[in-house]
Design a protein around this ligand. Structure first.
Ligand code: NDP
Ligand code: KPL
Length: 300
């Protein structure tokens, strides 16, 4: 199976490395600056077991447009603000039989991808804590999991490699909502309190953390996707843990001044909550803060 990973950032680089190490046929679609770096220096990857540098195949959008090749699986790993351009860039690589698998957080991207690629789109999500550090892909702990929708057994076989915990889920939309409720709660927690999860609890924030979890899960339930008890327990165990050093990628991007997914993760959830008559005061407060930060950085 020929796999094209769109983006060689934190998630694309980490999962792509695992797939290449397992002998899968992987190419990365990257933008020109990343292509030049990876061609010159290879793809550097660090996880808790060590660092390695891989020689990997990369293509830019111009190269794919000039010599179109169709891939069997296209994994979309860009951030939400980059999705529109990525759809245009990857289109020549998507054929009739291609499966398009996004692993973005949130839900809005799914509608947009289905509009562009129809029934080729398979729902998916990722659980990993990864980042880019000076061009290198860093996986910070041993979480490394992908969940995909059912109905694509060849894709499941291709992604089932050492270093990726693969789950095939019958109700992938429900699983994506549960992940969204979790990641939005993590984002509110970290962005509102400007902190990793543990110190918020040590500072006496447990009632507020439980309240913000209740808000995001109330929106999911009102939207028809109640968060399963096991997911709820995992969220509580992660966020109500006085020793937790976990930060959400939204918070890490926000403090680093990088493009972030505040609208995809928080704005969209707040809007859906409003439309469904669910009160989300802590979510709304955090959203004002995230938007004010963006305005301030833009100098307006
Ligand atoms: N990081 C994490 O721990 C987790 C992230 N996620 C979700 O995964 C998604 C991806 O996040 P993450 O991997 O962290 O993001 P990163 O910013 O680390 O990586 C995204 C990469 O996409 C590249 N890119 C953007 N546009 C294009 C394009 N048109 N063509 C090719 N490449 C492009 C960027 O390249 P360039 O160098 O050119 O800017 C960048 O390297 C997000 O939705 C995030 O919420 C989910 C679970 C965990
Ligand atoms: C799984 C988790 C919380 C890892 O960072 C995530 O999805 C994110 O931060 O975007």
């Amino acid at each position: 199976m020929r796999i094209l990973i769109v983006g060689a950032g934190a998630t694309g680089g980490a999962f792509g490395t695992r797939l290449i190490e397992a002998g899968r046929d992987v190419t990365f679609l990257v933008r020109p600056a990343r292509a030049a770096l990876v061609r010159r220096e290879g793809l550097r990857f660090t996880d808790p077991s060590g660092t390695r540098t891989l020689r990997v195949g990369v293509r830019t959008a111009d190269e794919i447009a000039a010599a179109p090749e169709v891939f069997d699986l296209v994994v979309i790993t860009v951030k939400a603000p980059a999705l529109e351009a990525a759809i245009a860039d990857v289109a020549p690589a998507v054929g009739e039989g291609t499966v398009v698998l996004p692993i973005l957080n949130g839900m809005a991207h799914l509608d947009r991808l289905e509009q562009a690629f129809g029934s080729r789109v398979l729902g998916g999500l990722a659980m990993i804590v990864a980042t880019l550090d000076d061009g290198a892909v860093v996986q910070m702990n041993d979480w490394s999991a992908i969940t995909i929708g059912d109905g694509a057994p060849a894709v499941a076989r291709a992604l089932d490699v050492p270093g990726i915990r693969l789950t095939v889920e019958g109700d992938i939309v429900g699983a994506m909502w549960a992940k969204w409720a979790f990641i939005a709660a993590s984002g509110i927690d970290c962005c509102l309190f400007r902190s990793a999860a543990g110190p918020v609890i040590r500072a006496g924030g447990e009632p507020q953390v439980r309240a913000l979890i209740a808000e995001t899960e109330a929106v999911a339930a009102a939207a028809g996707h109640p968060v399963p008890a096991a997911s709820h327990e995992r969220t509580v165990a992660t966020l109500v843990d006085a020793d937790s050093t976990m930060t959400s990628s939204l918070y890490r991007d926000l403090v680093a001044g990088l493009p972030h997914e505040g609208e995809q993760i928080l704005g969209d959830l707040a809007a859906r909550g409003r439309a469904l008559g669910v009160a989300t005061p802590l979510l709304d407060l955090t959203l004002v803060q995230v938007r004010a930060d963006a305005l301030q950085r833009a100098g307006s």
